[in-house]
Design a protein around this ligand. Structure first.
Ligand SMILES: [Zn+2]
Ligand SMILES: [Zn+2]
Length: 170
């Protein structure tokens, strides 16, 4: 939701709070749409002696899968912003500045990029996730499929490695 800044610029030391739920279901990241739950943003925009400043928090559930065992994971992500709003287009390259394109601002435009920065490339269901067996595909956290134990004779180790790399290419 856009916040009209004219009421703020008129009065030094004024502030406008915001709190809303935004919809990021169509946001695509790493080929997936990971934000299927409502995303919460809150904070305020204040006029501090003529400088407009947005402080806020964004909270979202990032739905992904364990990089090793593929188990579905819901990660709670939170990010914060403390950003000066400016209408000077020259300021664009500087940190913690948001360049306005008119008399209003949508806090989501400031906060969503901060959320995206929190996302890691990969997540694990737990530090020591054992992953899937490369031979039979069993979840090795749940079952001991025994595939490793079947490779006893060291003379077959090289052949086994060869077969394994073939499997990996499929
Ligand atoms: Zn896992
Ligand atoms: Zn196995």
């Amino acid at each position: 939701m856009k916040i009209d800044l004219k009421q703020l610029t008129a009065s030094h030391h004024a502030s406008v709070p915001f709190s809303e739920t935004i919809d990021l279901r169509e946001e695509t990241l790493y080929g997936a749409k990971p934000f299927q739950s409502p995303v919460q943003i809150s904070g305020e925009i204040s006029n501090e002696s003529g400088i407009l400043r947005l402080r806020g928090t964004i909270k979202a559930i990032y739905s992904t899968a364990c990089a090793r065992c593929l188990k579905p994971l819901d990660i709670l992500l939170t990010a914060e912003a403390d950003t000066v709003l400016t209408d000077d287009p020259e300021a664009e390259e500087e940190d913690d500045l948001f360049v306005l394109t008119g008399d209003s601002v949508d806090p989501a435009d400031v906060l969503v990029p901060e959320l995206i920065l929190q996302v890691q490339m990969t997540y694990l269901c737990k530090e020591d996730c054992k992953g899937l067996c490369p031979h039979c595909g069993a979840d090795r956290n749940v079952t001991d499929c025994g595939c490793e134990k079947k490779q006893i004779d060291p003379r077959f180790a090289a052949l086994h490695a060869l077969l394994k790399s073939d499997e990996g290419e499929q």
